[in-house]
Design a protein around this ligand. Structure first.
Ligand code: NDP
Length: 327
């Protein structure tokens, strides 16, 4: 009898009610693939963009981009993983909200013994994002100042700790005073409640009028213009998300007027496309966690059946740190 796996699938874009759980056939891995049984799955904001159709997908489609578990079967040509090995990934195509799946092996990473399945599922996508933001997007050196929005979120709490470990001054923003305290406890040098304070004015004040070297902005519509006004001349705007909606179209000449600013719009998946780079990014992340420089906060945990509640919580700004699903 063919094996099946409980999997979250959408047949249409929409609210959390479009998330359906069904048993899907689970084949054997083909060449270059593995079958992995998930112990824990990660929840990410990209899952919301995919569900609502901001990042359109061919439908029906399974959801979820991050999980950790045990390799059950290895396809021809896969040499970096073996049967029974602990492993974790952030990878496309979506399908990680499931008990098990068959998937391309290239972005699946061997998991060191010192890292739990829960921690791995809570950090692969978010942690490798922080890795590329701090090491691969623009040169950053000790003493530089970065403005980082949503500093108490999943990516945010990792970024706060990462910045501190690299000697970078991180000015965070967050939507409540409690979230600000959490970000500061995790290494943010300052944190601005951007619902009650004008973050541009506060950044100007904190930096003595100089502005910051780099902005890492995943909020998009609500913060984009203000973020540009926080940069020093020659500063770098890294726009890497749109939690509040898409970034407005820009007049490129404005970058000259504001002081020869630079701007980029990176995605994790471009970086992960190179197998060697992906594995190196994971190793640097694992090193930070095993070395105690970065602690992974799992602040919300839901059974897979309650995936709609989990997404609702993330979407309505009720969460801090990482959220995991138990298949
Ligand atoms: P978070 O845990 O950070 O959740 C998003 C946070 O954004 C909320 O908690 C909230 O924090 C803040 N926010 C501000 N405005 C809104 C709004 N209108 N609606 C909802 N949330 C809002 O999520 P993740 O850690 O999963 O991801 C963080 C961001 O990073 C996302 O935008 C994601 O798309 C992006 N990302 C981009 C990647 C890339 O490679 N380009 C890869 C990974 C993530 P508060 O209440 O404090 O304002």
């Amino acid at each position: 009898m063919q094996q099946t796996a409980r999997t979250v699938v959408i047949y249409e874009h929409g609210g959390p009610e479009v998330l359906k759980i069904e048993d899907r056939p689970l084949g054997g891995p083909g060449p270059g693939e593995v079958r992995i049984r998930h112990h824990t799955c990660g929840l990410n904001f990209i899952d919301i963009y995919q569900r609502i159709g901001l990042y359109p997908m061919d439908l029906p489609h399974a959801l979820g981009m991050e999980a950790a578990g045990v390799i059950e079967a290895v396809g021809e040509g896969v040499t970096h993983l073996e049967h029974g090995q602990r492993a974790a990934y952030a990878a496309a195509p979506a399908g990680a909200y499931s008990a098990a799946r068959v998937m391309p092996a290239a972005q699946v990473c061997p998991l060191p013994d010192g890292i739990s399945f829960d921690a791995a599922a809570a950090m692969m996508l978010k942690g490798m994002t922080v890795e590329y933001l701090f090491h691969r997007t623009t040169p950053l050196k000790r003493g530089d100042t970065v403005l980082f929005h949503a500093a108490a979120g999943g990516v945010g709490l990792i970024a706060c700790q990462w910045a501190k470990s690299e000697g970078i001054t991180l000015i965070g923003t967050a939507g409540t005073d409690e979230k600000c305290s959490l970000a500061q406890f995790n290494g943010a040098a300052h944190c601005i409640n951007y619902r009650t304070e004008d973050f541009v004015e506060r950044v100007t004040e904190i930096t003595g009028g100089k502005g910051v070297d780099v902005v890492m902005d995943s909020i998009g519509a609500d913060t984009f213009n203000g973020s540009l006004n926080c940069l020093k001349p020659l500063g770098m705007m890294i726009s890497f998300g749109n939690a509040s909606g898409s970034v407005p179209l820009i007049d490129i000449g404005m970058l000259a007027k504001k002081g020869s600013l630079k701007i980029t719009r990176p995605t994790l998946f471009t970086h992960l496309a190179d197998h060697a780079v992906c594995q190196a990014m994971a190793r640097r992340l694992f090193g930070k966690v095993e070395g105690g420089e970065v602690k992974i906060h799992i602040d919300q945990r839901f059974p897979l059946d309650q995936v709609a509640d989990a997404q609702r919580a993330l979407e309505t700004r009720q969460t801090t740190g990482s959220t995991v699903l138990e298949p």
